[in-house]
Design a binder for this molecule. Structure first.
Ligand SMILES: [Zn+2]
Length: 79
């Protein structure tokens, strides 16, 4: 089983892949409509809003948590 390099989501079925393309190593949530991978800044923004909205965390703190979570993932390690 593969894990998304950009967000860590386990990709268990073909529907988790962008455009059902199993050669990709990132999930549909990390892809644009054309199938290309989102940038670090886009994922950072997505995840910050996710934490802020779903976990009721202050936006500034959510941004910090999101940054640290993303930095652990293979897609962003070299940044
Ligand atoms: Zn992903």
């Amino acid at each position: 089983m593969k894990m998304c390099i950009a967000c860590g989501l386990p990709m268990t079925s073909i529907s988790d892949y962008p455009q059902h393309d199993m050669s990709k190593n990132y999930c549909k949530h990390c892809a644009h409509f054309d199938g290309s991978m989102k940038t670090f800044d886009e994922k950072w923004q997505n995840l910050t809003l996710h934490y802020a909205n779903h976990h009721n965390i202050d936006y500034v703190i959510a941004k910090d948590i999101a940054y640290r979570v993303l930095r652990k993932l293979p897609a962003w390690k070299r940044r």
